[in-house]
Design a binder for this molecule. Structure first.
Ligand SMILES: [Zn+2]
Ligand SMILES: [Zn+2]
Length: 146
């Protein structure tokens, strides 16, 4: 059987060469429905939904809103080893519980310490703790359909 050299991804609708698709033996053409990039994006979306109850679109909205920088210290993500993490109100889930995206050190120890010792909080930190940026926008998908 001769396969076509390209295939249209059913997610992004782009025509791409076969090597841009993962293998799927149960399919006629031996390839997955979605291209590798779309599979990656949907995996990331699933993880965000599972862990925080938000979608990748909501994460990216925050990312652009913060211009790719930590919401607390203002340092750009590219200066850190890891991607900016989602900071949310403890014990709560979903878009309404998200305060912003933070770098590893701010999310890991700076903010937890400031929350424990309110005397150390300045106005900016107090404002940040009340911030719920995803409450103000309406998304097509609110990430709560599980
Ligand atoms: Zn695709
Ligand atoms: Zn930071």
């Amino acid at each position: 059987m001769i396969f076509r050299k390209t295939k249209i991804c059913s997610m992004c609708q782009k025509r791409k060469s076969r090597d841009r698709f993962g293998a799927n033996k149960s399919r006629k053409d031996g390839l997955q429905f979605y291209c590798k990039i779309c599979v990656q994006l949907s995996d990331r979306n699933d993880k965000l939904k599972y862990k925080f109850g938000i979608t990748l679109i909501q994460y990216l909205y925050l990312y652009f809103l913060q211009k790719g920088c930590c919401a607390l210290c203002g340092i750009a993500e590219k200066f850190f080893k890891h991607k900016l993490g989602v900071d949310h109100v403890h014990g709560e889930r979903g878009p309404d519980a998200v305060r912003g995206l933070l770098c590893g050190p701010c999310n890991g120890w700076l903010l937890p310490m400031l929350e424990k010792v309110p005397a150390l909080q300045n106005v900016l930190v107090q404002k940040y703790l009340k911030n719920r940026p995803l409450c103000r926008v309406v998304f097509l998908d609110n990430g709560n359909d599980e």
